[in-house]
Design a protein around this ligand. Structure first.
Ligand code: PXP
Length: 240
């Protein structure tokens, strides 16, 4: 079975728009799990734009909820993440002015730092993942760094599909990268910009074991409700 991770950052964004406590991301985390998600994802950003420290602390202590915590490789964030003890950690690049995570990590430039950080989390038995662009070289480096998983940034594919442009080459890149990563023993995840159509395209890649989806899923839920949309995505990702 392929797994669905639901990113609930956008629920914190709506809460923060009012500076009050509703909608509550902690309630959302429990509700999303009850609605069938296999895990939830939260991105504790350096600028605390959506999820804050208290949300992360409470969400990471919910019983039997698998939490995938996204963080940058900043040492302060690493220290916080180790204290929070999530089940999984995913390292992502961060840039103060970006609207969302715009690309994968620069592995080549940050090899030494990443290797150290990954080993810290592995010692704590926290599953590690690197958010990378679909590049064969980055897959090889991820293996060298001893990450457990890689998450392929699907933003470019999603943009091409949504704007009705030719996406064949980008899809081919993702297929090749998934295959190499799997051969090297890295678990393959995919995320960013995914909607029903792009998720359908990617479910054909058997090596992809986990999808992490946020913006579209939460947006659709405004109209049809979280349980229905989560069910739709679960059906899509496990369609043979
Ligand atoms: N995976 C990672 C590593 C992310 O950083 C994000 C959001 O920035 C997502 C998945 C989810 O992307 P989206 O909200 O576009 O579905």
């Amino acid at each position: 079975m392929k797994r669905l991770g639901v990113n609930i950052d956008h629920i914190a964004t709506i809460r923060n728009a009012r500076g009050e406590n509703h909608p509550d991301p902690i309630f959302a985390a429990k509700f999303v799990k009850k609605s069938g998600a296999d895990s939830i994802t939260i991105h504790l950003r350096e600028d605390r734009r959506h999820i804050n420290d208290n949300d992360a602390k409470q969400i990471c202590s919910i019983n039997k909820l698998l939490v995938n915590l996204e963080i940058s490789t900043n040492y302060k964030m690493v220290k916080s993440a180790i204290r929070l003890k999530p089940n999984f950690v995913c390292f992502v690049p961060e840039n103060r002015k970006e609207i969302t995570t715009e690309g994968g990590l620069n592995l080549k430039k940050n090899k030494i730092k990443l290797k150290k950080i990954i080993s810290l989390f592995k010692k704590k038995k926290i599953r590690t993942s690197l958010f990378i662009n679909p590049s064969l070289n980055d897959i090889k480096i991820s293996k060298e760094l001893k990450s457990d998983c890689i998450e392929i940034h699907t933003g470019r594919l999603s943009n091409l599909v949504k704007s009705n442009k030719n996406y064949a080459n980008e899809l081919k890149k993702i297929i090749k990268c998934s295959s190499l990563a799997h051969k090297l023993g890295l678990e393959v995840h995919a995320g960013h910009g995914l909607d029903y159509k792009t998720t359908k395209l990617l479910t054909k890649i058997k090596e992809i074991k986990e999808f992490n989806i946020g913006h579209y899923l939460v947006g659709e839920s405004l109209f049809y409700g979280l349980p229905k949309i989560i069910k739709n995505f679960k059906r899509i990702i496990n369609r043979k």
